[in-house]
Design a protein around this ligand. Structure first.
Ligand SMILES: Cc1ncc(COP(=O)(O)O)c(C=O)c1O
Length: 473
């Protein structure tokens, strides 16, 4: 059973294909207004074609690689075909690469950290702009060296090159994000790959942010600019059904033993010994998330049909529109590129509104504007600390204030992030909401909201507001 879309799709009408696009949400006075989602960098909504392909498949669903019934056979064939399709989407060679399914990018990177068999003294070269998921896993297994960023938060490639030259004998891997989830800066992954390969060092790209917005091609292994490993998350690619992917050279996963062991990972088990299965089965312990994999393969089919070049063009026009509007809002400071038509950035924009705490701004946008954004450090604390110019003394004071209860929040920013379906009209609503916020003092707003410890956000004090989820029928 192969993945087939029910209809032709085009970017200009893709909004209609977004599940929940017309969803209304309550605001401070109990009124319900259509939700604007500018938090796509965290997670994207799903698409009708993705749901349809799941519904098409579900009558045939059964366990994969385990049963001999017709449904099992069909399920296995569909699952395996989806794996090949996902490999092809990223330019992977099914004979050379292996595509391993897991939960998300975080799990994929942790798996790689475990499977690369680091020796004492080994280093991983990463950057200061990484998500925690591309920093913390490496700290466990190696010494982490980070390439610097410049004043606008872009990668300092010269520093990366310098550190590569200096430590190449010890560096076992270069681990770099395809694009930042804070500033949207895009890294030149192929240029960096070529630099690393000069020293025979492989490169892993954290593609969580880049993949929904730009075509990623691993390139053939014979190309000096090829990418060795790629990690991505389905929920950032319009397929929020719990699947992530790690792609890498098969021989790496043929060596050693898997991180998780159990059903599916073996070819022979005796009371005294075990023979591991071949990759990818070896690294996919337990029954796999077949539905999540089909969802992801369908979402990638949709992106292919729409054209990533068209998506890039549309999102670039949203960025330029936002930059033009934001430039006229007093006290709004964007961190990252403010240059229109900058092809080196994605539609991920972090900013501060002078005098207004980032958590307060996010709460007001949610409950006065019906707009979903994110605030804080976006799981990239070292990067945010650098962008905000927090030195060692400031961080020590912050740690003390957090421990002693004097501070509730870390310093941070407000982030908006676009998906391919967002529109300029939605940006107008954001700008309008920011203007309303600015027309009252932070103190006034502080009194309108109350902090909810369990939800970890502000909610309206107004009694007309109720936080209720509509029953699912
Ligand atoms: C650049 C980057 N890397 C890794 C991750 C982690 O992704 P996940 O939460 O899907 O594991 C994220 C999530 O926001 C991200 O933006």
């Amino acid at each position: 059973m192969s993945i087939r879309l029910h209809r032709r799709l085009s970017l200009s009408t893709i909004r209609r294909q977004v599940v929940g696009i017309n969803q209304k949400v309550p605001i401070y006075n109990g009124q319900r207004i259509p939700y604007v989602n500018f938090d796509n960098a965290a997670s994207t909504p799903t698409l009708k074609p993705v749901l349809e392909s799941i519904l098409d498949f579900l009558p045939w669903y059964s366990g994969v690689h385990r049963g001999s019934g017709y449904k099992s056979v069909i399920s296995t064939a569909t699952y395996d075909a989806a794996r090949i399709q996902i490999a092809q989407f990223f330019g992977a060679d099914p004979d050379y690469h292996v595509v391993i399914f897991g939960k998300n990018t975080t799990e994929a990177i942790n798996l790689l950290a475990d499977r690369l068999q680091f020796e004492p003294g080994d280093m991983v070269l990463t950057t200061l702009m990484e998500h925690h998921s591309n920093d913390l896993p490496w700290r466990r297994v190696a010494k982490v060296v980070r390439a610097e960023v410049d004043a606008k938060g872009a990668l300092d490639e010269q520093d990366l090159e310098k550190k590569l030259t200096l430590y190449h004998r010890r560096i076992k891997l270069v681990a770099i994000s395809g694009a930042s989830n804070v500033t949207g800066w895009i890294n030149d992954i192929h240029r960096i790959a070529a630099l690393a390969h000069n020293y025979g060092i492989p490169i892993m790209v954290d593609g969580a942010q880049l993949a929904p917005h730009r075509a990623i091609n691993l390139l053939p292994p014979s190309d000096p600019a090829h990418v060795d490993f790629l990690a991505i998350s389905g929920h950032k690619l319009y397929a929020p059904f719990g699947t992530g992917v790690l792609i890498g050279p098969r021989p790496v996963f043929e060596r050693g033993s898997p991180r998780y062991v159990g059903g599916g990972t073996v070819s022979l088990v005796t009371p005294l010994g075990v023979e591991w299965a071949t990759p990818p089965a070896k690294d996919e312990a337990g029954s796999p998330n077949v539905i999540g994999v089909i969802a992801l393969a369908t979402a990638l089919t949709v992106l292919e049909e729409l054209g990533l070049d068209k998506i890039e063009h549309h999102e670039q026009s949203l960025i330029d529109y936002a930059l033009g509007k934001f430039g006229r809002i007093p006290g709004l400071k964007i961190y990252g590129s403010t240059q229109p038509q900058d092809v080196n950035r994605l539609g991920v924009m972090s900013f501060e509104l002078e005098g207004y705490h980032h958590v307060l701004v996010a709460g007001l946008l949610a409950f006065y504007g019906g707009i979903g954004v994110r605030s804080g450090c976006f799981c990239a604390q070292p990067y945010i600390q650098r962008l905000l110019g927090l030195d060692g003394t400031a961080l020590a004071r912050l740690r003390h204030d957090l421990y002693t209860g004097k501070a509730r929040h870390l310093p941070g920013l407000v982030r908006i992030s676009f998906g391919m379906y967002n529109s300029p009209e939605e940006l107008d609503r954001l700008v309008e909401a920011l203007q309303v916020i600015l027309s009252y003092s932070p103190r006034y707003w502080q009194e309108q909201l109350v902090w909810d410890d369990s939800l970890e956000c502000y909610i309206p004090r107004d009694k007309r507001f109720t936080l209720g989820i509509e029953p699912i029928s």
